[in-house]
Design a protein. Structure first.
Lengths: 117, 113
């Protein structure tokens, strides 16, 4: 069964360092989402891509966070510099179509758990 | 803005007992509603969704939920809990046609032998 892949699964870093997370969506899925899940809370959408284009990054802290999906397939989320408050699970999800289209169920990857010391 | 409130951060049941996880939504128009399950250190899996067809929605693993507009609720139930149901459950809401969920804070289901 096709799955969303994420790496690394766990990352420990010191504050002010740069970190990067990678996501490979299910093959053929045009829409990709990055979520942040703080411990004890539900996931919050950070950025949404449709193919290689950003559709919504209104909740992405752009002073330190960046995301790209250059070829419209896999994606990278970067934080530079990391802060203590960035400790969270970072989830990637993909869907076949866009949110307002059919076949738009989101499939989630296992996440990357980030700890900033 | 749409939101959901999950009542109870933890729910504890005995194996074989009824599972009831509560969710109330806030929306100016009838929304789409979802329940997701998250096992430790894993991503989220969709259990079921309400998109304005039947108000009683059946999902995977024996779960179901009923949309009650008058009560603005979408509670999740399962007649008989299994040990394997122990996990974090998230209720979520989206605009009609959007399918981008806004999640609640989650309810941890604990199942005792």
């Amino acid at each position: 069964e096709a799955e969303v892949a994420q790496s690394p699964r766990y990352k420990i870093t010191e504050k002010s360092q740069a970190v990067a997370f990678w996501c490979d969506p299910i093959s053929g899925h045009a829409t990709l989402y990055w979520y942040r899940q703080i411990l004890g809370q539900g996931p919050e959408l950070l950025v949404q891509f449709q193919d290689e284009s950003v559709v919504d990054d209104s909740q992405l802290p752009k002073d330190r966070f960046s995301a790209e999906r250059l070829k419209g397939v896999d994606s990278t989320l970067k934080i530079q510099p990391a802060e203590l408050g960035d400790s969270a699970m970072y989830l990637c999800a993909s869907s076949l179509g866009g949110p307002s289209q059919g076949r738009n169920e989101q499939f989630f990857g296992p996440g990357t758990r980030l700890t900033v010391l | 803005a749409q939101s959901v409130t999950q009542l109870g951060s933890h729910v504890s049941v005995s194996e074989g007992a009824l599972v009831l996880l509560r969710c109330n939504y806030s929306s100016s128009v009838p929304p789409y509603l979802f329940w997701y399950v998250q096992y430790p250190n894993q991503g989220l899996q969709l259990l079921l969704k309400y998109t304005s067809a039947a108000t009683l929605v059946k999902g995977i693993n024996g779960f179901e939920a009923e949309f009650k507009k008058s009560e603005t609720s979408f509670h999740l139930t399962k007649p008989s809990a299994h040990m394997s149901d122990a996990a974090e459950y998230f209720c979520a809401v989206s605009d009609r046609g959007s399918y981008i969920p806004t999640f609640g804070r989650g309810t941890s289901l604990i199942v005792h032998p």
